[in-house]
Design a protein around this ligand. Structure first.
Ligand code: ZN
Length: 499
């Protein structure tokens, strides 16, 4: 989205229009502070306002984040730009730390996205008004501020968690951004001690269909790794050499989800938060997506029935791929059972003190563990066992196998090159793990059954693909609606034909 004209931006500001929260930020030259458009403070004079399409652009222009509306809590809209967009892919990688720490460069980031450094900088300037480095810096500062505000973590740990290479750098950046030290800011906020965990609030843009996403997760929860209870989702985490767990719940006021993290390595917090955002699809500009899908009258009925329906993401690329293979040609229930067995045999034990739910016991096995296993120990056809090993080996050989790269066709081609991964699995992995919002497993049985509710007759995969052309670039959302509409078995999205 290009920034609307100044007058239009100002009108949105005057009306505190939440539709632009996260899309537009306003810098106020008389105070040097920048705000979200929904800031409760008095509306500044028109002549004093400068509008920006990202927090990073406002920071780059020398504005400090407002302490009242807290720009760090604005919904982060990585995917509203359209997933075929290089910038949103780059943002996803930056969110996972692609520019944090030594040896990380914009050049490498650009290479991962298949373009040159200058090209990437130009795209960032065009769409965000800021360079990749300053976007990463802003992220770090804002994430740090959120941790200062909302947790009791020691400052030293916050610096590490937010990706700063030293405490000195952190203090400098913090003072620069907020004109006060983190200690002063912390002293000023209302204190709340929460025990050993960190608890954060992550915003989304409404509407958000929490029931559906929780149902989805409940129906697929793998014993030992995941649990759903009391409207909360729990799971174990393994990142780097550490294990832990998290819990996610819904906070409809104000349009956010709460995340509780119990994890020994603070340096992984930013990556954990990025994953939660992805799994719960918090970055979706749902209004734009639903408006687009509703131009198909049949689909418009689905959207009316389930406003705010999200496309759940996979927690981890490798895990999602393994679960896709386990689900080939069998029911969700049977696939869950196999996954639970795999976890029991190969998952890493999570210490009891780090479990946020008693049912959590192990992490999902990593590619390294499965690649090294002499036998997977699962009762399933030899071809699919071989496929699991092939996926594990491919993930070991190419650590960025599940990162977005190039066009969706290239992603699918890269995945189908793995033995045992066919078109259905590749599309499914692209959709859940790589977050290609235009991915579409057209041969999926549940999806095809769902087409009955669409047109009154069951479409063939070929016809469905033609029909789905109009849903681009958001076919994944259409798919999610079709799966939900599959009344026979609301939770049977699974099982591509012919794999
Ligand atoms: Zn403000």
């Amino acid at each position: 989205m290009d920034l609307p004209g100044r007058e239009a931006c100002y009108r949105a500001l005057q009306s505190r229009d939440s539709r632009f929260d996260g899309h537009i930020f306003v810098g106020v030259s008389s105070t040097g502070v920048y705000c979200r458009l929904v800031c409760p403070a008095r509306t500044p004079k028109f002549v004093n306002c400068r509008f920006f399409s990202s927090a990073a652009a406002a920071q780059e222009a020398g504005f400090r984040p407002c302490l009242r509306c807290r720009p760090e809590t604005a919904p982060e809209l990585a995917s509203w730009r359209g997933t075929s967009n290089t910038v949103s892919r780059a943002l996803a990688l930056i969110a996972e730390g692609a520019l944090d720490g030594d040896g990380k460069s914009v050049e490498n980031l650009a290479a991962r996205l298949g373009l040159g450094e200058r090209q990437l900088r130009r795209l960032f300037l065009q769409q965000l008004g800021a360079s990749p480095v300053s976007v990463a810096q802003t992220r770090r500062v804002l994430f740090a501020k959120q941790l200062v505000h909302d947790t009791h973590l020691p400052v030293k740990e916050i610096a590490a968690a937010a990706g700063f290479s030293s405490l000195r750098r952190f203090n400098e950046a913090f003072l620069n951004s907020f004109l006060q030290s983190s200690r002063a800011l912390r002293a000023a906020r209302a204190t709340k001690h929460e025990g050993p965990d960190i608890v954060l609030r992550l915003r989304y843009r409404p509407p958000y269909d929490w029931e559906s996403i929780l149902d989805f997760l409940r129906a697929r929860a793998v014993a030992g790794v995941e649990a759903v209870e009391d409207e909360r989702y729990f799971r174990t985490i393994e990142i780097g050499n550490a294990t832990g767990s998290l819990a996610v719940n819904h906070l409809p006021e104000p349009d956010s989800i709460g995340v509780r993290i119990r994890f020994p390595n603070v340096k992984s917090f930013a990556a954990i938060v990025a994953r939660v955002r992805r799994q719960f699809d918090l970055g979706a500009d749902i209004e734009t997506i639903e408006e687009h899908l509703s131009s198909d009258p049949a689909l418009a009925r689905f959207v009316l029935k389930r406003p705010g329906l999200r496309v759940p993401g996979g927690w981890d690329g490798f895990e999602t791929a393994v679960r896709a293979v386990l689900g080939q040609q069998i029911s969700v229930v049977a696939a869950r059972r196999l996954a639970a067995r795999l976890v029991e045999l190969h998952g890493r034990r999570v210490p009891e003190a780090l479990r946020l739910h008693p049912a959590l016991s192990r992490t999902f096995p990593t590619a390294r563990r499965l690649a090294a296993a002499s036998s997977l120990g699962l009762a399933m056809p030899a071809a699919r066992l071989a496929a699991l090993t092939a996926v594990a080996n491919a993930a070991m050989t190419d650590p960025s196998l599940f990162h977005p790269m190039g066009r969706i066709e290239e992603t699918v081609a890269r995945l189908t090159a793995i033995r045992g991964i066919g078109e259905w699995s590749a599309q499914y992995i692209a959709l859940r793990a790589i977050r290609e919002m235009d991915a579409f497993p057209a041969t999926d049985i549940g999806l095809l059954r769902g087409t009955v509710a669409l047109d009154g007759r069951r479409l063939t995969p070929a016809n469905l693909l033609i029909r789905a052309e109009a849903w681009r670039p958001w076919r994944a959302y259409a798919a999610q609606h079709l799966w939900m509409a599959d009344a026979n078995a609301p939770h049977t999205e699974q099982g591509g034909t012919g794999e």
